[in-house]
Design a protein around this ligand. Sequence first.
Ligand code: PLP
Length: 384
Amino acid sequence: MNKTYYFDNNATTQVDKRVLQAMLPYFSEKYSNPSSIYKGAQAVRGDIDLARKQVAELLNADSFEIVFTSGGTESDNTAVKGVASASKEKGNHIITSQIEHHAVLNPCKYLQLNGYDVTFLPVDRYGLVDPDDLKKAVRKGTILITIMYANNETGIIEPIEEIGKIAQERGIYFHTDAVQAVGKVPVDVKKLNVNFLSLSAHKIYGPKGTGALYIKNDSKCLPLIQGGHHERHRRAGTENVAGIIGLGKACEIVKKESPSYCKKIKSLRKKLKSMLLSLVPDIKINEHPEKTLCNTLDISIKGIQSQDALIMFDQKGFCLSAGSACSTGVPEPSHVLKALNFPDDLINGTLRISLGKFNTEEEITLFSNTLSQIVKKSRNNNRT
Ligand code: PLP
């Protein structure tokens, strides 16, 4: 197979070998159902408890506040729909932002069709929610505020601590989708004043199809998936044991190693940005000077079509995205860039480079030179 150069770590990450090693026994000798009574099963139950502790320790939460799910999408759906069903007597108003992931936007739209009122807050040119807009939107009957910690396309980091304070002072539940934040910025649920927080294993070098929802203490949220008594009645279904063990290990590694690998990623991003600025004329870097994730570089280039550029990159072994990977294949322009008031021609020329802990300096140089060639070729083709 030809070598590939992976620059799409916001879409998913490569599983860390130590995570894979930790998971493997649960596909073979440790296959018992953790709900069974015999010794082998109870040992597996103990291992799940350890994984729960590993997730909790990363978030500064208590173990019982962690509910394992099938990933970020399920965690988001559980928080949004679960709070809505549990808080019917209190009201029917939810506040979110226009740049949320579809895992939050679509459950909100579903609730709108079912009698709930949803405010989709606008954002500024960087994608930031204005806390004053939030204060104005709150009213009697507001049951939930759900604002993402960091955006998957642009990497903008929202003022979560401030938003959490606003929610707490008004006695409103606050959920944050921290799928892109965990592993890139410190996430401390106590400091953030959140009631609910979503995370996903496959964005932090863990397996796909596993995630967690932090539910603060006694915050009321009905389960999305009903059945047995698993996860203290908060999420039914026989546990995805290997996935949960993988998530726990991934969180343990993030806690120990993310300060050092984030430092490395930050310096790779700096090099990438400066190379692109010097090699590619008329390039726009879509970033906030301080509040952008250390790994995400979103760029807009006049005179190119990002979908065509992605194909050219793919032919040379480079993996990256135009807008959100989750919406690739959908012809509509990114709802995030639209909310930032980007004109259509700029949206069509936008690429997202998302770095990870396995990227190297050589790859950055190779990528920058390749982008420069692709831009020259595209601009020449478009001129003729
Ligand atoms: N939220 C954000 C911000 C994401 O970036 C993603 C995935 O890209 C999700 C939620 C969905 O997570 P999962 O793929 O684990 O369902």
